[in-house]
Design a protein around this ligand. Structure first.
Ligand code: ADP
Ligand code: MG
Length: 243
């Protein structure tokens, strides 16, 4: 792998994958099979959208692959790392160093500036931000003139840009988004989707996004449909949305 952070990484290989991933919540009358033997691979440098009706297991899939939830059975690998082999400390470190997450709620710290929010995960990891990379990510999401602002001084769309930059700045193996435009108007949502798209095209980022909105899914290279905890079908876009 190149050491120059400005050179996109090659789009070969698998960023994360599952085999027979099953997640069961509850037991007896309240037993719910949220994921039923799901096998899926996310290629490096690819933008995947995961769609499906409410309750079909989209968030559970994201949380299991991101190491935020524990499978009942089956396997999850991030890169070549099998998550079930990690103790809590190593899993926390993997999440911190190799996973970015953008939630529907922006989840910014209100007392920190935009810049401090973006670099907080690196600060927690004791890592110094790569200045060039930080500048590139910040300018890509159009925040160069808003870095001193606190979240309350930013629009929802700008706050989500901060969350996107925060997810990208550590150069994670994968950025996950769970309905990242769910709280935004269509214009601000389109901006965020465009930035995620740009991160794939310009930075070689791997992105996996849950959405129930076909217009949002149109930004992805690949759309995977879940139904009742299983993969129902998937489609590839020959040309990605460029808007
Ligand atoms: P989606 O994101 O597609 O709406 P989820 O992955 O959130 O679906 O949920 C899948 C199924 O698992 C649903 O039936 C949901 O009620 C159930 N579920 C999700 N999280 C929990 C939990 N923490 N405890 C019990 N059931 C849960
Ligand atoms: Mg969900």
């Amino acid at each position: 792998m190149t050491t120059d952070p400005l050179v996109p990484r090659p789009s070969t290989g698998i960023a994360a994958a599952t085999t027979d991933l099953t997640k069961v919540y509850g037991s007896g009358d309240t037993r719910v099979v949220a994921l039923d033997r799901v096998g899926i691979a996310f290629r490096e440098g690819e933008f995947t959208a995961i769609m499906g009706p409410s309750g079909c297991g989209k968030s559970t899939l994201l949380h299991c692959v991101a190491g935020l939830d524990t499978p009942s059975s089956g396997s999850v690998r991030v890169g070549t790392t099998e998550l079930s082999t990690l103790d809590d400390r190593r899993l926390t470190r993997l999440r911190r160093d190799r996973i970015g997450f953008v939630f529907q709620a922006f989840n910014l710290l209100p007392t920190l500036s935009a810049l401090e929010n973006i670099t907080l995960p690196l600060a927690i990891a004791g890592r110094r931000p790569d200045r060039k990379w930080l500048d590139r990510v910040v300018s890509m999401v159009g925040l160069s003139h808003r870095l001193d602002h606190r979240p309350a001084e930013l629009s929802g769309g700008q706050q989500q840009r901060v969350a996107v930059a925060r997810a990208l700045v550590s150069r994670p193996a994968i950025v996950f988004g769970d309905e990242p435009t769910g709280n935004l108007d269509s214009r601000a949502g389109a901006d965020i989707l465009g930035f995620l798209r740009d991160s794939v095209r310009e930075l070689g980022q791997t992105v996996v996004m849950v959405t129930h909105d076909p217009a949002a899914a149109a930004y992805a290279d690949r759309v995977v449909h879940l139904a009742d905890g299983r993969i129902a079908n998937e489609t590839y876009h020959s040309t990605s949305h460029q808007a």
